[in-house]
Design a protein. Sequence first.
Length: 184
Amino acid sequence: MDSWEWNKIFGAILGTLIFVLVVKFAAEAIFEAPTPAKPGYVVQGVEEEKTASATSTAAAEEPLPDFGAVLPSASVANGQQISTRCQQCHDLSKGGPNKIGPNLWGVVGRARASHPGFDYSSAMAANHDAWDYAKLYPFLKSPQADVPGTKMSFAGLRSSQDRIDLIAYLRTQSDSPLPIPAKK
């Protein structure tokens, strides 16, 4: 082969590379994908960047409701319907098995990270306070914000009424339900 043939081969390769780069740049300019506000999944051991809006949201915490006033009027039926989201990872039956998460029978009033046979994250096991109404309410809103480092990847329940209804239902899933506190 002479140099003229080699020049045609290198020219074709170079032309193809330039064409591919132009198509790539054009596609990126036309089809720009927005960056998600929140990752779709949580990677253990990787810390999420703190933004100004996230810290201001955390600073403006939602006040706890008066459980003595809201629990008696809560919809246990709605709480049972909401609990179907929990049942993807938790079992709610008495003596039921642990799944991805621990069995939740009797969770209201039970010490945190105390269900036998379940391997809790170190963040969850660091505190053994009882799951009373005041502890469950913010945890159900955002488990990762309430217990940083938990393995629970549930996004949380934004609706205050949904959280109250779910707590009312979980309260009934016990041999000796935690008493409802007096109204304030």
